[in-house]
Design a protein around this ligand. Structure first.
Ligand SMILES: CC(C)(COP(=O)(O)OP(=O)(O)OC[C@H]1O[C@@H](n2cnc3c(N)ncnc32)[C@H](O)[C@@H]1OP(=O)(O)O)[C@@H](O)C(=O)NCCC(=O)NCCS
Length: 122
């Protein structure tokens, strides 16, 4: 699937086959929704929005194809997701991100920085 192609490019891993990582099946079961960006029919952006079914939703896997970055697509994807999460009645939208991405998530997308926890399971 197309998401596996832009995800492999963005996170520098091999391109998984659909029978290994089936994004459509995944998001249809676990996500409140997802947002795609297309240019001339080609997938150039994606964000997954998993949720708890009621109050909390999460921004996961914000990806913009490298050739299309720095044109506002990422901000637009997250903004569209935010609007729909609010309309769905959720109270909180979460994201976690590596150091250095503050200009994107905080300044451009409007997230507030909070403390969070993480356990590596690998
Ligand atoms: C992060 C990412 C989604 C941003 O998408 P984008 O379409 O290029 O973002 P935008 O054009 O909307 O950027 C808006 C602002 O965010 C900031 N920004 C964008 N990418 C950034 C990055 N990689 N690091 C830090 N700040 C960034 C800039 O300030 C930018 O404003 P400017 O264009 O005026 O300089 C894209 O770089 C990407 O796919 N990266 C690889 C995957 C990834 O790391 N995703 C996040 C996982 S937590």
């Amino acid at each position: 699937m197309e998401v596996n192609a832009i995800r492999a490019e963005a996170f520098k891993h091999r391109r998984y086959r659909t029978d290994e990582w089936d994004w459509r099946a995944l998001v249809e079961v676990y996500s409140l929704g997802w947002v795609t960006g297309r240019r001339f029919g080609e997938l150039v952006g994606f964000v997954n929005v998993p949720w708890d079914g009621f109050v909390h939703a999460w921004i996961q896997d914000v990806i913009v194809a490298s050739a299309q970055r720095n044109h506002g697509i990422g901000t637009k994807l997250v903004g569209t997701a935010t609007t729909h999460v609010r309309e769905a009645g959720c109270e909180w939208l979460h994201v976690d991100f590596d150091r250095g991405l503050e200009p994107f998530y905080v300044d451009a997308c409007g997230f507030t920085q909070v403390t969070a926890g993480l356990i590596s399971l690998v």
